[in-house]
Design a protein around this ligand. Structure first.
Ligand code: PEP
Ligand code: MN
Length: 306
């Protein structure tokens, strides 16, 4: 039984500091009629009623690794394949990705499975080539404030998955979304991927409140990346569940055939079996959320406490 807290079309005040002044991100701010944007990728709707899971390895390493992963995540219910061909790494000595070779492997995986492709773009110089292969252009946490890249993405003709900078406020995330929208591209998906705090038990701190706050102030779809938030695979299923319950429109999850041998982010990557179990376990939570969304089309978010 789901509590019915009232069908209201009004957004109550957010953090009073924002003071209802959303002019710095007016193109992506909630519309008067509360209608939401749906980002269409082939037959997939992100931000509509569906919970869309994007899954795959941190980086494209080999054709075999990506093909096996694509088959496994598609069988488990993912709709979109992730995999970096251009990798921003914490260490300059770490694997930087296969570049165009990786993009070609991603294309093969799309042809074999029908999955759409999301992959990261780090530099404006690579936008055209990546847009030839990708269905969604991912902007990583380290690039959220790279305004020259964001401006070029305004005319790339592909939806953009914009990750929150690891030290960025939600307002800063929305301003970056505004830059892309102002440059001509309204197809934007926001992604909470954990922020840097004093906590060291997890790689980052998943700001779960970011989801209802973003959905209350913006019409854009919002997804969660539990992998980079957690940094360890054991936490990924429970954080995914939390994301579904708070109203996320989907997930971005790292999955690898042999995580212990992964060239990047193996610790946080799920095995195929773990991903399959997670997807099955998520179903009741997704249904609960979809039911509550019908009862409460407008999420209520209280104003900040003084
Ligand atoms: C990634 O998705 O592999 C990645 C590098 O993520 P982030 O930009 O969130 O660190
Ligand atoms: Mn990664």
């Amino acid at each position: 039984m789901i509590a019915h807290v009232g069908l209201t079309r009004m957004t109550p005040p957010m953090n009073p500091k924002w003071n209802g002044q959303f002019s710095c991100f007016d193109l992506v701010a909630k519309k008067d009629d509360c209608s939401r944007s749906i980002v269409q990728v082939g037959g997939i709707e992100i931000g509509g009623g569906d919970f869309v899971v994007m899954a795959g390895p941190c980086a494209v390493e080999t054709e075999a690794q990506l093909m096996q992963t694509a088959e496994a995540v598609a069988d488990a219910g993912a709709r979109i394949l992730r995999g970096g061909a251009y990798k921003p790494r914490s260490s300059p000595y770490a694997f930087q990705g296969l570049g165009v070779e990786g993009l070609k492997i991603l294309r093969k995986a799309r042809e074999a499975t029908g999955l759409a492709i999301v992959t990261e773009v780090m530099s404006e110089e690579d936008v055209d080539v990546i847009a030839e292969y990708a269905d969604i252009m991912q902007v990583g946490t380290r690039s959220m404030e790279n305004y020259s890249l964001l401006e070029v993405l305004g005319s790339c003709g592909r939806p953009v998955l914009l990750k929150r900078g690891m030290t960025a406020t939600l307002e800063e995330l929305l301003r970056s979304a505004q830059v892309i929208a102002m440059a001509g591209n309204p197809q934007i998906i926001l992604c909470e991927r954990g922020i840097r705090t004093f906590e060291t038990a997890t790689r980052n701190t998943l700001d779960i409140a970011a989801v209802p706050v973003l959905k209350a102030v913006s019409h854009l779809p919002v997804i969660v990346d539990p992998s980079h938030a957690a940094g360890v695979r054991s936490l990924v299923p429970v954080l995914s569940r939390a994301a579904a319950v708070v109203g996320a429109d989907g997930l971005l999850v790292e999955v690898h055939p042999t995580p212990e041998k992964a060239m990047s982010d193996g610790n946080q990557s799920l095995t195929f079996g773990e991903f399959r179990h997670m997807m099955a376990d998520l179903q009741p939570y997704i249904e609960l959320q979809q039911e509550s969304r019908q009862l409460r089309p407008q999420l209520l978010v209280a104003g900040g406490a003084d």
